[in-house]
Design a protein around this ligand. Structure first.
Ligand code: KIV
Length: 269
Protein backbone atom coordinates (compact mmCIF):
# COMPACT_ATOMS: atom_id res chain seq x y z
CA UNK A 1 0.00 0.00 0.00
CA UNK A 2 1.46 3.40 -0.94
CA UNK A 3 2.00 5.88 1.89
CA UNK A 4 -0.39 8.84 2.16
CA UNK A 5 1.51 12.06 1.25
CA UNK A 6 2.22 14.42 4.14
CA UNK A 7 0.63 17.88 4.19
CA UNK A 8 3.35 20.54 3.83
CA UNK A 9 3.26 22.90 6.81
CA UNK A 10 4.44 26.48 7.28
CA UNK A 11 7.53 25.59 9.38
CA UNK A 12 8.91 23.45 6.51
CA UNK A 13 10.29 26.54 4.76
CA UNK A 14 12.23 28.01 7.68
CA UNK A 15 13.79 24.57 8.22
CA UNK A 16 14.72 24.38 4.54
CA UNK A 17 16.49 27.73 4.84
CA UNK A 18 18.33 26.53 7.95
CA UNK A 19 19.47 23.41 6.07
CA UNK A 20 20.53 25.50 3.06
CA UNK A 21 17.95 23.70 0.91
CA UNK A 22 16.52 25.88 -1.87
CA UNK A 23 12.74 26.37 -2.08
CA UNK A 24 11.14 25.90 -5.51
CA UNK A 25 7.84 27.73 -5.95
CA UNK A 26 5.61 28.34 -8.94
CA UNK A 27 2.22 29.83 -9.62
CA UNK A 28 -0.81 27.68 -10.34
CA UNK A 29 -4.41 28.47 -11.21
CA UNK A 30 -6.34 25.22 -11.62
CA UNK A 31 -6.61 21.64 -10.40
CA UNK A 32 -4.42 20.19 -13.21
CA UNK A 33 -1.72 22.88 -12.96
CA UNK A 34 -1.50 22.45 -9.16
CA UNK A 35 -1.52 18.65 -9.40
CA UNK A 36 1.19 18.49 -12.07
CA UNK A 37 3.40 21.04 -10.25
CA UNK A 38 3.07 19.07 -7.03
CA UNK A 39 3.81 15.76 -8.74
CA UNK A 40 6.94 17.45 -10.16
CA UNK A 41 8.31 18.12 -6.66
CA UNK A 42 7.39 21.78 -6.20
CA UNK A 43 7.71 22.96 -2.55
CA UNK A 44 5.15 25.77 -2.51
CA UNK A 45 2.39 26.99 -4.83
CA UNK A 46 1.14 30.53 -5.36
CA UNK A 47 -2.26 31.37 -6.76
CA UNK A 48 -0.69 34.63 -7.91
CA UNK A 49 -2.64 37.64 -9.08
CA UNK A 50 -0.57 37.29 -12.28
CA UNK A 51 -3.35 34.89 -13.29
CA UNK A 52 -5.27 38.07 -14.15
CA UNK A 53 -2.99 38.38 -17.19
CA UNK A 54 -1.88 34.80 -17.87
CA UNK A 55 -5.29 33.15 -17.52
CA UNK A 56 -8.05 35.78 -17.45
CA UNK A 57 -6.67 37.93 -20.29
CA UNK A 58 -6.65 41.23 -18.34
CA UNK A 59 -3.94 43.76 -19.27
CA UNK A 60 -2.59 43.95 -15.70
CA UNK A 61 -3.33 42.50 -12.27
CA UNK A 62 -5.61 45.29 -11.04
CA UNK A 63 -8.98 44.02 -12.25
CA UNK A 64 -8.79 40.59 -10.61
CA UNK A 65 -11.51 40.13 -7.98
CA UNK A 66 -11.64 38.16 -4.74
CA UNK A 67 -14.27 35.84 -6.21
CA UNK A 68 -12.07 35.03 -9.23
CA UNK A 69 -9.01 34.48 -7.02
CA UNK A 70 -10.94 32.19 -4.69
CA UNK A 71 -12.35 30.17 -7.56
CA UNK A 72 -8.84 29.53 -8.94
CA UNK A 73 -7.48 28.80 -5.46
CA UNK A 74 -10.23 26.30 -4.62
CA UNK A 75 -9.67 24.58 -7.93
CA UNK A 76 -5.90 24.41 -7.26
CA UNK A 77 -6.57 22.97 -3.80
CA UNK A 78 -8.74 20.19 -5.27
CA UNK A 79 -5.83 19.26 -7.54
CA UNK A 80 -3.19 19.38 -4.80
CA UNK A 81 -4.71 18.49 -1.42
CA UNK A 82 -1.35 18.22 0.40
CA UNK A 83 0.46 21.20 -1.16
CA UNK A 84 1.25 24.44 0.66
CA UNK A 85 -0.76 27.04 -1.27
CA UNK A 86 -0.41 30.81 -0.92
CA UNK A 87 -3.27 33.00 -2.14
CA UNK A 88 -2.33 36.41 -3.53
CA UNK A 89 -4.59 39.11 -2.11
CA UNK A 90 -5.97 41.04 -5.13
CA UNK A 91 -5.81 44.81 -5.55
CA UNK A 92 -8.13 46.60 -3.07
CA UNK A 93 -9.05 43.39 -1.25
CA UNK A 94 -6.89 44.42 1.73
CA UNK A 95 -6.00 48.12 1.33
CA UNK A 96 -9.39 49.63 2.27
CA UNK A 97 -9.46 48.60 5.94
CA UNK A 98 -7.97 46.05 8.31
CA UNK A 99 -11.44 44.54 8.76
CA UNK A 100 -11.80 43.93 5.01
CA UNK A 101 -8.26 42.55 4.87
CA UNK A 102 -9.04 40.03 7.61
CA UNK A 103 -12.38 39.08 6.05
CA UNK A 104 -10.91 38.60 2.56
CA UNK A 105 -7.82 36.74 3.80
CA UNK A 106 -10.19 34.54 5.80
CA UNK A 107 -12.15 33.81 2.61
CA UNK A 108 -8.93 32.73 0.89
CA UNK A 109 -8.26 30.26 3.71
CA UNK A 110 -11.80 29.00 4.30
CA UNK A 111 -13.35 29.09 0.80
CA UNK A 112 -10.19 28.86 -1.33
CA UNK A 113 -8.36 26.32 0.84
CA UNK A 114 -5.18 28.45 0.92
CA UNK A 115 -2.59 27.96 3.69
CA UNK A 116 -1.45 31.59 3.66
CA UNK A 117 -1.95 34.88 1.86
CA UNK A 118 0.51 37.24 0.17
CA UNK A 119 0.43 41.05 0.30
CA UNK A 120 2.55 43.49 -1.73
CA UNK A 121 4.29 46.32 0.14
CA UNK A 122 6.94 47.37 2.64
CA UNK A 123 7.07 48.84 6.14
CA UNK A 124 3.95 50.95 5.48
CA UNK A 125 1.74 47.83 5.40
CA UNK A 126 3.02 46.24 8.62
CA UNK A 127 -0.02 47.37 10.68
CA UNK A 128 -2.36 45.24 8.52
CA UNK A 129 0.13 42.32 8.46
CA UNK A 130 0.35 42.34 12.25
CA UNK A 131 -3.45 42.18 12.53
CA UNK A 132 -3.68 39.32 10.03
CA UNK A 133 -0.97 37.34 11.82
CA UNK A 134 -2.61 38.08 15.20
CA UNK A 135 -5.86 36.69 13.77
CA UNK A 136 -4.03 33.44 12.90
CA UNK A 137 -3.57 34.10 9.18
CA UNK A 138 -0.09 33.28 7.82
CA UNK A 139 1.26 36.05 5.59
CA UNK A 140 3.94 36.09 2.90
CA UNK A 141 5.50 39.49 2.16
CA UNK A 142 6.39 40.87 -1.28
CA UNK A 143 8.79 43.76 -1.97
CA UNK A 144 10.67 45.04 -5.01
CA UNK A 145 8.54 45.56 -8.09
CA UNK A 146 4.94 45.84 -6.88
CA UNK A 147 2.57 45.21 -9.83
CA UNK A 148 -0.43 46.42 -7.79
CA UNK A 149 1.20 49.89 -7.68
CA UNK A 150 1.81 50.38 -11.43
CA UNK A 151 -0.67 53.25 -11.62
CA UNK A 152 1.31 55.25 -9.08
CA UNK A 153 4.81 54.12 -10.12
CA UNK A 154 4.08 54.48 -13.84
CA UNK A 155 5.54 51.08 -14.76
CA UNK A 156 7.62 48.08 -13.71
CA UNK A 157 10.86 49.75 -12.56
CA UNK A 158 13.65 47.84 -10.82
CA UNK A 159 14.11 49.30 -7.31
CA UNK A 160 17.18 49.17 -5.05
CA UNK A 161 19.64 50.62 -7.55
CA UNK A 162 20.58 53.67 -5.48
CA UNK A 163 21.97 53.53 -1.97
CA UNK A 164 18.84 55.20 -0.61
CA UNK A 165 16.47 52.82 -2.37
CA UNK A 166 18.55 49.78 -1.33
CA UNK A 167 18.49 50.98 2.27
CA UNK A 168 14.71 51.39 2.08
CA UNK A 169 14.26 47.84 0.77
CA UNK A 170 16.50 46.45 3.51
CA UNK A 171 14.43 48.32 6.12
CA UNK A 172 11.20 47.08 4.52
CA UNK A 173 12.46 43.49 4.63
CA UNK A 174 13.36 43.78 8.32
CA UNK A 175 10.06 45.49 9.20
CA UNK A 176 8.08 42.75 7.43
CA UNK A 177 9.98 40.00 9.24
CA UNK A 178 9.38 41.83 12.52
CA UNK A 179 5.64 42.08 11.65
CA UNK A 180 5.46 38.30 11.34
CA UNK A 181 5.64 37.32 7.65
CA UNK A 182 6.81 33.72 7.27
CA UNK A 183 8.62 34.30 3.95
CA UNK A 184 9.34 37.22 1.65
CA UNK A 185 9.16 37.52 -2.15
CA UNK A 186 11.89 39.74 -3.66
CA UNK A 187 10.67 40.76 -7.12
CA UNK A 188 13.44 42.07 -9.38
CA UNK A 189 15.52 43.22 -6.40
CA UNK A 190 19.14 43.49 -7.60
CA UNK A 191 21.01 40.24 -6.91
CA UNK A 192 23.65 41.63 -4.56
CA UNK A 193 21.00 43.33 -2.39
CA UNK A 194 18.82 40.18 -2.42
CA UNK A 195 21.83 38.26 -1.13
CA UNK A 196 22.32 40.76 1.71
CA UNK A 197 18.61 40.69 2.63
CA UNK A 198 18.62 36.86 2.55
CA UNK A 199 21.59 36.73 4.92
CA UNK A 200 20.10 39.30 7.33
CA UNK A 201 16.69 37.63 7.66
CA UNK A 202 15.88 34.38 9.46
CA UNK A 203 12.78 33.86 7.28
CA UNK A 204 13.28 32.53 3.72
CA UNK A 205 13.45 34.93 0.80
CA UNK A 206 11.89 33.83 -2.49
CA UNK A 207 13.33 35.59 -5.53
CA UNK A 208 11.82 36.36 -8.89
CA UNK A 209 14.58 38.10 -10.79
CA UNK A 210 16.34 38.44 -7.42
CA UNK A 211 19.35 36.28 -8.18
CA UNK A 212 20.67 32.96 -6.97
CA UNK A 213 21.40 33.99 -3.38
CA UNK A 214 17.71 34.05 -2.46
CA UNK A 215 16.59 31.09 -0.36
CA UNK A 216 14.15 30.04 -3.07
CA UNK A 217 12.76 31.03 -6.45
CA UNK A 218 9.25 31.63 -7.74
CA UNK A 219 8.27 31.75 -11.40
CA UNK A 220 5.00 32.24 -13.22
CA UNK A 221 3.98 28.80 -14.54
CA UNK A 222 2.90 30.07 -17.96
CA UNK A 223 6.36 31.64 -18.45
CA UNK A 224 8.32 28.47 -17.64
CA UNK A 225 5.98 26.29 -19.72
CA UNK A 226 5.91 28.53 -22.79
CA UNK A 227 2.20 29.27 -22.48
CA UNK A 228 2.48 33.04 -22.60
CA UNK A 229 3.07 33.74 -26.29
CA UNK A 230 6.43 35.04 -27.52
CA UNK A 231 7.13 37.48 -24.68
CA UNK A 232 9.37 36.17 -21.89
CA UNK A 233 10.29 38.48 -18.98
CA UNK A 234 14.04 38.81 -18.21
CA UNK A 235 13.59 37.04 -14.86
CA UNK A 236 12.10 33.92 -16.46
CA UNK A 237 13.42 30.88 -18.32
CA UNK A 238 11.33 28.75 -20.63
CA UNK A 239 11.60 25.04 -19.81
CA UNK A 240 9.07 23.83 -22.39
CA UNK A 241 7.09 24.97 -25.42
CA UNK A 242 3.66 23.78 -24.31
CA UNK A 243 1.88 26.57 -26.21
CA UNK A 244 3.56 25.58 -29.49
CA UNK A 245 2.92 21.86 -28.77
CA UNK A 246 -0.77 22.62 -28.14
CA UNK A 247 -1.00 24.55 -31.36
CA UNK A 248 0.59 21.68 -33.35
CA UNK A 249 -1.71 19.12 -31.70
CA UNK A 250 -4.85 21.18 -32.34
CA UNK A 251 -3.78 21.89 -35.95
CA UNK A 252 -3.31 18.13 -36.52
CA UNK A 253 -6.76 17.45 -35.05
CA UNK A 254 -8.32 20.12 -37.31
CA UNK A 255 -6.57 18.65 -40.38
CA UNK A 256 -7.71 15.10 -39.55
CA UNK A 257 -11.33 16.23 -39.01
CA UNK A 258 -11.26 18.05 -42.35
CA UNK A 259 -9.67 15.22 -44.34
CA UNK A 260 -11.80 12.54 -42.64
CA UNK A 261 -8.89 10.58 -41.07
CA UNK A 262 -10.43 11.21 -37.60
CA UNK A 263 -12.46 9.57 -36.18
CA UNK A 264 -11.55 6.04 -37.20
CA UNK A 265 -13.61 2.98 -36.40
CA UNK A 266 -11.66 2.72 -33.16
CA UNK A 267 -13.10 6.05 -31.99
CA UNK A 268 -16.64 5.24 -33.05
CA UNK A 269 -19.49 3.28 -31.49
O1 KIV B 1 1.21 36.99 -9.01
C1 KIV B 1 2.33 36.50 -9.11
O2 KIV B 1 2.60 35.65 -9.97
C2 KIV B 1 3.35 36.95 -8.17
C3 KIV B 1 4.75 36.49 -8.41
C4 KIV B 1 5.35 37.37 -9.42
C5 KIV B 1 5.54 36.44 -7.17
O3 KIV B 1 3.07 37.69 -7.29
Amino acid sequence: MSEKPKKIKINTFRKMKERGEKIAMTTCFSAPSARIATESGIDMLLVGDSLAMTVMGYENTLKLTMDESIMHCASSRRGAPYAFIVGDMPFLSWQVSVEEAIRNAGRFLCEGGADAVKLEGGAEITPVIKRLVAAGIPVMGHIGILPQKILTSGGYFVPGRTEESAERLMNDAKALEEAGVFALVLECVPAELSGRISRELAIPTIGIGGGVQCDGQVQVLCDILGLGGDFLPKHAKRYAEIGKNMQQAIATYVREVKDGSFPTQENSF
